[in-house]
Design a protein around this ligand. Structure first.
Ligand code: GAL
Length: 803
């Protein structure tokens, strides 16, 4: 009998998704939405029949499911994928137990112009596609058996509204939050660390309460700080606080002896657990992340973290996840950060908009110095239909919400209020900068306010003239660094954007003596017939420079706190320097599929302590060709190169060199590099002439993943010869078939002009490689992926999924 009741209870929970009422419940609300491109305003009503709408789970980006076309209104700048307008609906029931509760729906981000209705009642509109927001549902809900309908209209049809790919739809997470009538407000806890030393840290916790009970109340507030293992370190309980109708703000000060500091190497995280009580009953509980660290930026010396001088070795990142589009997936983000971390990257700039909250959680956990950025434009537009037209009505609310949402992340050190804002060039820049800086400072005065500038003549830069920036971010302009201290006395600097070099992975052009700059006019751009650019670091946008030149300038300018290279990964859209059919960027250190370009190893040799030796290019050329061979190396004094065991000489880097090179008369065989320190071999690296393409080789980043319906395995497909050497220019069409408890959710090859769809079970290899992204279902079991191509031996890989 008991067992029977237990089963009944479980069924009840699974139908409604709600367990017994707790003081606060946060419910994943991503499952089983209906979706349609049918633009029917009746969809807001509960009677509307959506039986023939598609069923899907969020987060969802409908653009990434489409086909590339030159005709799409988003243009190639926006990624050449479809945009438009669509509706989402979800039916759900609320248990009677929620009747006296306050129910909210939270959206982390909807691109864009979302409008939301509950049971036919209008809840509101949010034009920005990057902002996080919530609506109160309680007033309009039906409890018990009756169904409630949430309807969301998403309108991304006004184009172009971005200079990069945005995605379309409810592309971030959605949840329901159920609280008591008295509860902690959204983003209602803010923990700062006014005093930090190795001996002691002071933690000031601000708690904001909402009172929906319509009369004055008395509450107790307790803040408990726990360490990363969950052990209570300190707790503070304040009793009998009076709470007025609507809202209340409270502060507590807690102290931690010998705190574990948060750093890049050891990003130690505490948790603040905030509890609210009434007459000894816990009525709310809320968790916030806490990282204890102190930092400084000095005019002459730049950035230091916990007293240690530290160069920020960062990259800018747009929000798309390659073949997965803008749809949030934590594992896809984590993989990007892992690849960057292994390169020695220690910073992320969220170009140029509020990111998904999950990426900031990962930066907290993994140790990145984040520049969190709010806007790419203010009132003056950059694209015809962009956010500038929403600026007047929305910028204050959007900026406030952004700061409140993100200010508990220890990984954030700088707030950027804008990127290359047009108002730099006229006096409106002064007033707007002051206003924005003030909004930020009012909500958080523990970080620096910056803006990414391009105008480096002080008198002509009105954002600088406002005097409201704590830190001057400069994009490019590296030739001018030497004059910065003179031109901007007593200022602090960061290279908010550098490089904008252009590369296609695995493509090599010779000779490569001079830097090739893209032309100002795409029509006069010299083109490779296949829309590629060379992967020797020698091609750059006309406003930028090569990776080596850019890094050299930052490295040698000790007053510059660091760099955010444009960009870590290639992203969809902005295919400079090419027009259609190019549709994604060439700027990444890593391609869109996540395969490093050669220059990745240049950064790794400079940014990590680990020994690096990387040789380029591949070794399949016409006999007699003079081939430029480069080696990136570190933790060694010299490199010797051998061709078929014959020495071609020893090379050493000079002070400002980042690679060594040889001109080699090509012959078939093995190129071998040996790095040595004090005469002892550190590393050897070989590149062999590959024979005919013979087989497919599969390798997965992880062969055991979680059976949670979200986790991913990224499976690299290499086309190799009989001896396992990568065939450098192989472009076979690879077909995938999958069996078991998962599915293929994306395919890619990193080729910027590929017009194959991302949602498919085939992909052409690009310079020997392509990728299949496999997602687990919620079933525990095995996934088998087979890859085959005409004329090649196929390969199979097995992934297990576990609870
Ligand atoms: C910068 C801009 C970035 C991107 C980049 C490409 O000027 O801030 O958003 O467009 O150029 O090089």
């Amino acid at each position: 009998m008991k067992k029977f009741f237990y089963i009944l209870l479980l069924i009840a929970i699974s139908i409604d998704g709600f367990a017994q009422p707790k003081s606060r419940e946060t419910i994943n609300f991503n499952k089983s939405w209906k979706f349609s491109f049918e633009n029917n305003e009746k969809a807001i009503t509960n009677q509307f029949n959506d039986a023939n709408w598609r069923v899907l789970n969020l987060p969802h980006d409908w653009s990434i499911e489409g086909q590339f076309s030159e005709q799409h209104l988003s243009t190639t700048q926006g990624g050449a994928l479809p945009t438009g307008l669509a509706w989402y609906r979800k039916s759900f029931s609320m248990p009677m137990t929620a009747q006296n509760k306050v129910v909210w729906i939270e959206f982390d981000g909807v691109y864009r112009n979302s409008e939301v209705w509950i049971n036919g009642h209008y809840l509101g509109k949010r034009p920005s596609g990057y902002t996080s927001f919530r609506y109160g549902l309680s007033k309009f809900l039906k409890f018990g058996k009756e169904k409630n309908i949430i309807a969301v209209k998403v309108d991304n049809s006004e184009q172009p509204n971005s200079r990069w790919y945005t995605g379309s739809g409810i592309y971030r997470n959605v949840r329901l939050v159920i609280t008591s009538q008295i509860a902690i407000d959204k983003w209602g806890v803010f923990a700062t660390t006014p005093k930090v030393s190795q001996e002691e840290a002071e933690i000031k916790v601000e708690v904001n309460l909402l009172n929906r009970a319509k009369k004055n109340q008395v509450v107790d507030i307790q803040n408990i700080i726990v360490d990363s293992g969950g052990k209570v370190i300190v707790s503070e309980h304040t009793k009998n606080l009076s709470l007025k109708d609507s809202t209340g703000k409270y502060f507590q000060l807690l102290k931690i002896k010998k705190p574990q500091l948060w750093s890049i190497e050891k990003p130690y995280l505490y948790k603040v657990i905030t509890k609210v009580f009434q007459q000894n009953h816990e009525i709310d509980v809320y968790e916030s992340t806490l990282g204890i660290r102190f930092f400084n930026i000095e005019t002459e010396k730049g950035f230091s973290l916990n007293g240690k001088p530290t160069k920020i070795q960062g990259v800018c990142m747009h929000h798309d996840l390659g073949a997965l589009g803008a749809a949030v997936n934590v594992r896809a983000m984590e993989r990007q950060l892992e690849i960057l971390k292994a390169m020695g990257c220690n910073g992320i700039r969220t170009a140029h908009n509020p990111p998904a909250p999950e990426i900031l959680d990962l930066c907290d956990k993994m140790g990145f110095i984040v520049m969190d950025e709010a806007f790419d434009m203010w009132k003056k537009r950059k694209s015809k239909k962009d956010y500038s037209s929403d600026w007047t009505a929305w910028h204050q609310k959007d900026l406030e919400d952004f700061i409140k949402r993100d200010r508990n992340h220890p990984s954030i050190f700088m707030w950027s209020i804008g990127n290359e804002i047009r108002e730099q060039f006229d006096s409106t820049g002064i007033t707007i900068t002051k206003e924005l800086a003030q909004i930020v400072k009012k909500l958080d005065n523990t970080r620096l306010v910056t803006s990414a500038l391009t105008e480096n003549v002080p008198d002509k830069n009105f954002i600088f003239q406002s005097g409201a920036l704590d830190l001057l971010g400069f994009n490019y302009k590296h030739e001018g660094y030497t004059d910065f201290l003179k031109n901007f006395p007593n200022q602090k600097f960061i290279a908010s954007e550098t490089a904008s070099a252009l590369e296609s992975r695995g493509r090599y052009e010779m000779p490569q003596e001079n830097i090739q700059f893209s032309s100002r006019d795409v029509k006069t751009q010299t083109r490779n017939a296949d829309w590629t650019t060379s992967a020797y670091d020698n091609v750059a946008a006309y406003w930028g420079t090569t990776h080596e030149e850019a890094w050299k300038a930052v490295k040698n300018a000790h007053f510059i706190s660091g760099t955010y290279v444009w960009t870590g990964f290639d992203y969809l859209g902005e295919p400079h320097p090419y027009p259609w059919p190019a549709r994604s960027s060439y700027f990444g250190i890593i391609d869109l599929a996540g395969f490093p370009k050669d220059v990745y190893y240049m950064y790794q040799s400079e940014w990590t302590e680990k020994p690096v030796l990387h040789l380029l290019p591949h070794w399949n050329w016409e006999k007699g060709k003079t081939v430029e061979v480069w080696a990136y190396y570190s933790q060694a004094d010299e490199v010797e190169l051998f061709l078929n065991d014959k020495s071609l000489g020893i090379r050493k880097k000079g002070v400002n060199d980042f690679h060594v090179k040889w001109s080699v008369n090509y012959e078939v065989g093995t190129l071998k590099a040996v790095s040595r320190k004090d005469g002892k071999i550190v590393l050897t690296e070989e590149v062999k002439t590959a024979g005919k393409a013979f087989k497919i080789k599969l390798s997965a980043d992880r062969q055991s993943i979680k059976a949670n319906g979200e986790d991913l395995s990224f499976i690299k497909v290499s086309i190799v010869d009989e001896n396992g050497n990568l065939v450098p220019e192989a472009n076979h069409l690879v077909n995938f078939s999958l069996e078991g408890v998962g599915s293929i959710v994306g395919v890619d090859n990193g080729y910027q002009a590929s017009l194959e769809p991302f949602k498919a079970n085939y992909r052409r290899a690009f310079n020997g490689l392509c990728l299949a992204i496999v997602q687990a279902s919620e079933k525990v079991g095995k996934i088998t992926l087979k890859a085959s191509a005409e004329g090649l031996q196929s390969d199979t890989i097995m992934i297990e999924t576990t609870k």
